[in-house]
Design a protein around this ligand. Structure first.
Ligand SMILES: *[C@@H]1O[C@H](CO)[C@@H](O)[C@H](O)[C@H]1NC(C)=O
Ligand SMILES: *[C@@H]1O[C@H](CO)[C@@H](O)[C@H](O)[C@H]1NC(C)=O
Ligand SMILES: *[C@@H]1O[C@H](CO)[C@@H](O)[C@H](O)[C@H]1NC(C)=O
Ligand SMILES: *[C@@H]1O[C@H](CO)[C@@H](O)[C@H](O)[C@H]1NC(C)=O
Ligand SMILES: *[C@@H]1O[C@H](CO)[C@@H](O)[C@H](O)[C@H]1NC(C)=O
Ligand SMILES: *[C@@H]1O[C@H](CO)[C@@H](O)[C@H](O)[C@H]1NC(C)=O
Ligand SMILES: *[C@@H]1O[C@H](CO)[C@@H](O)[C@H](O)[C@H]1NC(C)=O
Length: 510
């Protein structure tokens, strides 16, 4: 009998049973299956679970319950119950038996696990306060009193889908996916221990060791102390020490690193350099544990030398006066074809340091920016020049006349004053209007209760024998159109530019 014939026959019998209304006919050929729910369950400690068995038929079926293997006898105490409460672990199944003694297929097995009055203990190694990306850690599961028993282990977070028969899990080169609350439990037959304590693991993505170089400026015979700091210093760090070497591709990392003698994985967090005579840059690197995939470096730090040598030198000046601003030239010289100027702290605006200059490098600092800092040259042939601490200050050691930048309105109150650098000066300041002395007494300001057009003009002040540059105050009529405003403003700007002559004070630290 082939398949199609058999189906035809079955169809005929089903059809027949429909017409006859006799269920017995139908079940001669179609044996129902019992359905058991739930099919897996973990009974908490001291709890139970309700198992329900059903047969998809209107007929009266007597439910038989089984625990264990398929050949077991049904459990007589539960016979006829459609739902039972069990607290014992095991593999359960059920089936129906009709009054005439016919049996349904057995249900699927329900795997019911129970919980032992044992709580697992999870520990982590190493016991670091913070785990960083790339490090390695191991979690271990202990079952108190469970020695000598063959356990397998369940782990949380849930993403461990594999069945583990060892009580340790090691995570290498960790990243964000290893974050989580770690827990474990033992698993033996159909019995579980209770879940362990929780170990939260929160991996940090940044590890920025901070290098300190002291002193900042080289002095003859003195040693240089490099000191590398990490957040949790007592947790087994190893330190590696490098010299920064100018790298030709400035758009990428500006330096490559060369290991210092005996500078690999020292336990000490500092490194002493003797006999350093020229400007140099250093970085430190930290790691710990046996597997540390990501290497974390500090920012480069420098020790500066003020001594000029012929191989690489930085000279400063002259100051160039421009319209509205001044600039100062930095010149790199020596036996290298290409140079760049570096600065500490790093420039807010990248300019000189952003490219290599061929031949003698000339870099210009615009003194309208407060580009105070230590400057030095680096050559493509890996040399560092002397360094110069440049403080851009008012060139004029005398006073400066302080005048509103914008034209003042007639009839308004205006106060002009005389400043020395950033300090206000008083008393005995002499004020001049168009080179004519107009005030010389103990008053610190030159006040106009109501400014008039005749007050327009250039002003200067004199203090302790020194005269300020002249600055122009322009006045415009409060009501009228700004007819004369343009030429006056333009002129004022020229005057102001002259007045704000800035120059640099160079201090070469020894
Ligand atoms: C099942 O547990 C409930 C409480 O969760 C309890 O009231 C009931 O008696 C237990 N039944 C059995 C058969 O253990
Ligand atoms: C089902 O069983 C009940 C009582 O056990 C009985 O009254 C009823 O007739 C039976 N129904 C069928 C279809 O056998
Ligand atoms: C099972 O236990 C629940 C209480 O948790 C109770 O309501 C129910 O009647 C019990 N069922 C049986 C079949 O014992
Ligand atoms: C992990 O640490 C970071 C900062 O260290 C914090 O912002 C974040 O909330 C922490 N995550 C968890 C899951 O604790
Ligand atoms: C170097 O500096 C570190 C940190 O300040 C300090 O602990 C160490 O003693 C110094 N070493 C020497 C030789 O001065
Ligand atoms: C540069 O000089 C200024 C003024 O003398 C000083 O305050 C500053 O600390 C110096 N900077 C360095 C890095 O030596
Ligand atoms: C200002 O007055 C003082 C005395 O009151 C005098 O000594 C000084 O020479 C005067 N300055 C000028 C510029 O005239």
């Amino acid at each position: 009998m082939d398949m199609s014939m058999r189906h035809t026959l079955l169809g005929l019998f089903l059809l027949a049973s429909l017409f006859s209304g006799n269920a017995q006919v139908k079940y001669l050929f179609e044996k129902p299956t019992a359905i058991l729910r739930p099919i897996s369950y973990e009974i908490p400690l001291g709890g139970n679970v309700t198992l329900s068995c059903s047969v998809e038929d209107s007929d009266n079926w007597t439910i038989l319950w089984y625990r264990g293997g398929s050949n077991d006898e049904p459990m007589t105490e539960y016979e006829g119950k459609k739902a039972i409460n069990v607290s014992q672990s095991g593999v359960y199944s059920c089936r129906g038996r009709s009054d005439s003694g016919r049996l349904t297929y057995k249900s699927d097995y329900a795997i019911i696990k129970d919980t032992l009055p044992i709580t697992a203990i999870i520990t982590i190694q190493p016991k670091w306060t913070q785990i960083y990306m790339g490090e390695t850690f191991t979690v271990r599961c202990e079952i108190p009193g469970g020695e000598g028993t063959y356990w397998s282990y369940d782990w949380r977070p849930k993403r461990f889908t594999t069945y583990y028969t060892t009580n340790e899990r090691t995570f290498y080169n960790v990243g964000w996916e290893d974050n989580g609350n770690y827990q474990c439990r033992g698993n033996k037959g159909n019995s579980l221990t209770q879940w362990s304590n929780v170990i939260p693991v929160n991996i940090s993505f940044t590890l920025r060791p901070v290098l300190t170089v002291s002193p900042s400026w080289l002095s003859p015979g003195a040693s240089v102390n490099l000191s590398c700091e990490v957040e949790y210093p007592s947790e087994g760090w190893l330190f590696s020490w490098y010299k920064a070497v100018p790298y030709y591709k400035i758009t990428e990392e500006p330096y490559t690193y060369e290991l210092l003698p005996d500078g690999s994985k020292t336990a000490q967090s500092f490194y002493i350099i003797n006999g350093q005579t020229s400007t140099a840059g250093y970085v430190c690197r930290v790691e710990r544990g046996s597997n540390f995939y990501h290497k974390y470096y500090s920012d480069p730090k420098f020790v500066w030398s003020a001594d000029v040598n012929s191989a690489a030198s930085l000279t400063v000046g002259p100051v160039v006066q421009n319209f509205g601003y001044d600039s100062v030239k930095l010149t790199c010289k020596g036996n290298s074809p290409s140079w760049r100027v570096r600065k500490f702290p790093e420039n807010r605006r990248p300019y000189c340091s952003n490219f290599w200059d061929s031949g003698e490098s000339v870099c210009t600092i615009d003194t309208t920016y407060s580009d105070d800092g230590v400057y030095w040259c680096e050559s493509m042939s890996k040399e560092f020049s002397n360094a110069v601490n440049i403080t851009i200050q008012d060139f004029y050691s005398g006073p400066i006349m302080v005048i509103p930048d914008d034209p003042v309105k007639t009839g308004t109150f205006v106060s002009l004053s005389c400043k020395l650098r950033r300090k206000k000066i008083f008393p005995s300041v002499a004020f001049y209007h168009n080179n004519k002395l107009i005030q010389n007494d103990s008053r610190e300001d030159l006040n106009f209760l109501a400014v008039s057009n005749s007050d327009e003009g250039s002003y200067k002040c004199q203090y302790s024998g020194k005269e300020s540059p002249s600055r122009y105050m322009s006045v415009k009529s409060a009501a009228g159109p700004e007819s004369s405003a343009f030429p006056v403003t333009a002129r004022m700007k020229v005057v102001n530019a002259v007045a704000f002559i800035l120059v640099m004070m160079l201090s070469m630290n020894q």
